[in-house]
Design a protein around this ligand. Structure first.
Ligand code: SF4
Length: 455
């Protein structure tokens, strides 16, 4: 599709005093554009003296994921979410994992699809998904679509999640706080010089925006990518912890997330030992909940009762069990209320168990040190229902899935340290691609990976 077609008038802009330029007021960059020019994000621009958004409804393929994918551990643990991500970004991180969709000059039109707000709600409802997540490149530059669809989502009784670097002005953020339930914010670091050089943004507006959310009743979690050679020596982690302790509620979690080389930044992946060292440092600074992200190992992301240390939520990568919480979110052992909201809301509802079927296609994928999650992507033209059977080896545990209303992508991840292989069987002839996911909130595009070599 030509994604530049069907632009519409944007929110948050004004004409300058001279009357010859439009100033965009959505993010702190405040781009000034003459007629025919685009702003820095390349998805908002001046059309004959009126400011337009060009990406309304334009998204990568909607994908079923898990709420932990978004660095959210204290809200509906294990909930399936419907993730949508647009194109363009108000920043340009040198290590961006979604650079093929966030940086427009690298965009392949084949990765852009179009949804109406109503279609997004229908996709979620027909697949029994309770959370809609605005994620991947960054929802800030998708403001109008996020706002309109989130209003519909609230009317439909759905939960909304906003995963963002939060480089946004406070007025549009106030509009989001009205309709977003969960904010998962990527605070890049506490060093303004790094923000300017490596992220093409500034630190203070991000801190101000986080404080505005913290002052509301919305759920907030903070994540920080620990990038080799940038913010991995402990100084920044300590600054982050001190700022969080001073400005945020003590129950706000911090996720220290392993980075992988991407886009222009090629230093080695974050070592587990580095993450463990930083975790100790921030715990010593008094943070109560510190998790490690992009780490598939036992006991890195579990939640324990603050009162009796009972295991409340057990996580391995994106596999989640809730053994220690009752329906009210209290510890089953000592009945102390936990900080987790809607504790059992993410657990499967009472649906009929799907029966086995005769497979028409079979695919196998071997897990390795680099790849512990994949998107499976079914390119199908009709909105038919597709049934999928998963076998986890060597345990031979079998799981059945059903994708309805044209849902085409779903994330699958390694569920235990012992698991070596995933066997995927479908009851249809629709071609299936297996796309490695290298990071949380990484959206693998189809030409980025040699997809067919995994099929
Ligand atoms: S949202 Fe885009 S156009 Fe507006 S100020 Fe930010 S980068 Fe510039």
């Amino acid at each position: 599709m030509n994604w530049k077609e069907n632009s519409r008038v944007a929110m948050h802009w004004h004409t300058n005093e001279q009357g010859n330029k439009i100033v965009c007021d959505l993010c702190p960059r405040h781009c000034q554009t003459q007629a025919g020019q685009m702003g820095f994000c390349k998805v908002r621009g001046n059309v004959d003296g009126t400011f337009h958004t060009f990406n309304f409804g334009k998204s990568v393929t909607a994908t079923q994921e898990c709420i932990e994918t978004e660095a959210v551990n204290h809200f509906m643990p294990g909930a399936r979410i419907l993730s949508l991500g647009n194109i363009g970004c108000m920043m340009a991180c040198s290590y961006c994992q979604n650079w093929q969709t966030s940086q427009i000059k690298h965009l392949n039109d084949a990765n852009v699809f179009e949804y109406t707000p109503e279609q997004v709600i229908e996709l979620a409802v027909s697949n029994d998904i309770k959370v809609i997540s605005w994620t991947y490149n960054d929802p800030v530059v998708w403001h109008e679509f996020v706002l309109e669809t989130s209003k519909l989502a609230k009317a439909a009784g759905l939960t909304t999640l906003y995963k963002s670097a939060l480089y946004i002005e406070l007025e549009p953020l106030r509009e989001l706080i009205e309709v977003i339930d969960i904010f998962s914010i990527s605070l890049k670091c506490m060093d303004d010089a790094i923000y300017r050089k490596e992220n093409k943004g500034k630190l203070q507006p991000v801190l101000d925006a986080i404080e505005l959310i913290a002052a509301s009743d919305r759920h907030l979690e903070i994540s920080q990518l620990v990038v080799t050679g940038l913010n991995d020596d402990g100084t920044d982690a300590i600054k982050t912890a001190r700022w969080m302790r001073e400005k945020l509620k003590p129950e706000v979690p911090l996720h220290l997330v392993a980075y992988h080389p991407s886009f222009k930044y090629k230093k080695p992946r974050t070592e587990l030992a580095t993450l463990l060292k930083l975790r100790e440092l921030v715990l010593n600074e008094g943070l109560e909940y510190v998790y490690l992200g992009n780490v598939y190992a036992d006991d890195m992301s579990n939640t324990y009762c603050k009162s009796c240390s009972h295991l409340l939520v057990e996580r391995f990568g994106l596999s989640v069990q809730v053994p220690g919480l009752d329906a009210h979110g209290n510890c089953k052992n000592c009945q102390t209320p936990s900080v987790i909201r809607d504790a059992l809301g993410g657990q499967p509802s009472e649906k009929p168990v799907l029966a086995p079927f005769v497979a028409e296609q079979t695919y196998a994928f071997e897990w390795n040190e680099e790849i512990r999650s994949v998107h499976i992507f079914l390119e199908r033209p009709q909105k038919d229902t597709v049934r999928i059977q998963l076998k986890r080896m060597p345990s031979n545990t079998v799981q059945y899935l059903e994708l309805n209303e044209g849902l085409e992508r779903i994330i699958l991840s390694k569920s235990s340290a012992e698991e070596t292989q995933l066997i995927i069987e479908t009851a249809c002839q629709t071609p299936l691609h297996i796309l490695p996911v290298l990071d949380r909130a990484h959206f693998p595009v189809i030409d980025e990976t040699k997809a067919s070599s995994y099929a």
